[in-house]
Design a protein around this ligand. Sequence first.
Ligand code: HEC
Ligand code: HEC
Ligand code: HEC
Ligand code: HEC
Length: 171
Amino acid sequence: MFKHGMIFMGVLFFVLLGVSPVQAADYVGVKKCKMCHMKQFKSWKTTKMAKVFEHLKPGVRAEAKTAAGLDPNKDYTGDATCLPCHTVNGSADMPNVQCEACHGAGSDYMKVMMTNRDYKREEVIAKGLILPDEAACRKCHNEKSPFYKEFNFEERLKQGIHEHVPLKKAH
Ligand code: HEC
Ligand code: HEC
Ligand code: HEC
Ligand code: HEC
């Protein structure tokens, strides 16, 4: 009886919120993407984006931090103001600017890629895949960053995010 009550309360909760209990996509982490996108992974790994979580540790980039008015000896790895731009999801569990920081949470679109190589692009986009434009980059490359440098989208793209491998199919 109690158990049914709990389920009822759970359903009521979602009804009251006006949402259905459907889960949003989850972040799966770079290791999953690497399984099928090795070239992008290897080249991404050599960029600074793969190491930006390090910047939050005490003593790292001390001169730059001092110049920006931050405390070089402070541990910023748990600091909620820094984490959103130095992790995928604002948490130390998903450190660095991994694939999903640009391409969106992957649990749903990855399933489509896994099961159907002939997927239609609308399908993966509907499942949360982002093909990032300038606005997607500016979520992090903006004046809220204590180290903001002018951000020229075309030039930064050329500077290298990862190797671009032409798609085998048209999608
Ligand atoms: C099981 C294999 C597999 C996994 C895991 C996987 N993908 Fe893919 N992905 C594919 C395939 C296959 C394609 C189509 C490639 C082609 O046509 O050449 C693709 C295409 C893409 C594209 C191009 C989309 C388009 O149509 O323009 C992006 C971006 C992408 N994947 C990102 C990711 C990211 C990020 C992850 C991790 C969250 C991931 N993939 C995980 C297999 C996978
Ligand atoms: C709005 C996003 C954002 C926030 C918030 C943010 N950062 Fe960053 N951080 C960046 C970006 C983007 C860069 C790279 C700058 C560039 O290349 O334009 C960067 C670069 C850095 C660097 C390297 C600087 C250098 O020149 O060597 C350090 C260190 C750093 N951030 C620490 C922090 C700390 C500590 C905090 C919190 C107090 C923080 N960041 C908050 C986005 C952010
Ligand atoms: C989640 C936050 C975030 C997003 C989204 C993001 N960046 Fe960055 N990016 C950073 C941070 C932090 C650095 C700092 C690297 C450093 O200075 O050590 C950085 C560094 C870079 C670099 C320098 C890499 C290197 O090895 O020198 C390039 C190029 C770059 N970003 C381009 C882009 C582009 C283009 C986009 C959008 C398609 C983008 N970024 C989206 C946070 C982000
Ligand atoms: C800083 C942002 C950023 C990060 C991080 C990033 N990508 Fe991309 N990715 C892009 C952009 C921009 C494109 C070009 C999108 C377009 O064609 O409109 C792209 C394209 C792709 C494509 C299409 C084929 C190709 O090579 O161009 C795949 C597959 C892909 N990314 C996978 C990955 C994987 C796997 C990772 C992590 C190892 C990753 N990306 C990390 C921005 C990023």
